[in-house]
Design a protein around this ligand. Sequence first.
Ligand code: C5P
Length: 318
Amino acid sequence: MLLVTAPAKLNLTLEVGETRDDGYHGLDSVFSSLCLADRLLIRDWGPPGTVVLSVRGIPVPEGAENICLTAARRLAAGRRALPGVELVLSKVLPVGSGLGGGSADAAAALAGLNRWWGLGRSRSELGDIALSLGSDVPFCLLGGQARVRGRGEIVEPLPFPRRRLWLVLLRPPGPKSTRRVYEEFDRLPHDRRRSGRPDTGGAIRALAAGDWETLAQSLGNSLEPAVAASHPDVERARVLLATSGALGTAMTGSGPTVFGIARDQDHARAMAREVSNRLMSPDWWMAVTRLAPRQEEDVSAAMTDGHPRRPFGGDDGG
Ligand code: C5P
């Protein structure tokens, strides 16, 4: 069997431009993988041509509409019946959160099945299928840190910072539809559309330098005013993190998860304790995590947050 890690993504910065001819918006964003991941197990199952999925942990649909099964169908298109497989998805990433859980699962299915079936599809072929599945999937295929442009298909890798960046993630209840958030963004007056803008270049330099105070000043997300208008808990989450000691805060993706930057691991833990002391609501989700390197870069960090981390496409030898 094959066990593939599907790390969450975070948008340290997200700058959204105008609507393009294809209806998508041009982006400029610093994406980062996190040491918080779903896991996808691939094993032999059933007659050739069969792909089934079962889900453990956070419930998501197991039927044909699941993005892992769509990824498998697109990958297998045009090939004769490939060996039957069962996919077992262990889901820890909250759904509809701006953490790219579905995109990570899709990327894990593409990369894992490409290897399991020995299809030998190139990065660029996988990248095309990835983009057909969603704008964040091309980044998730690569992972690590990257500047992402276009609608999500231009992924320029950035070096993994030498100093660890610890974060507290705080997700208020109420998932947001990404499409709806972009529609709300389009309805904002011009000055509001520009109000959440980050300093993308500054964030990239601060990331390379391991300067978390400067990074904290460079954060921003153009979509935040669009979400905050109908979701006051996003602002509440930011205030909670800021007043619990975060160096800086921002929303990730189309929200509603907000993150706070910590100086180090102890600071992140202290922040999380402070937040949970002040937040009495069981509907909120919180996690302490840190940035993860690209899986092939990950030679030193074999452990993350107490969970053994397998190399990308790590083979159980089954
Ligand atoms: O590509 P994905 O399926 O994640 O996009 C969901 C929705 O988000 C799209 O239908 C589109 O409305 C919006 N979107 C956008 N510009 C992007 C990415 C997403 O307008 N770059």
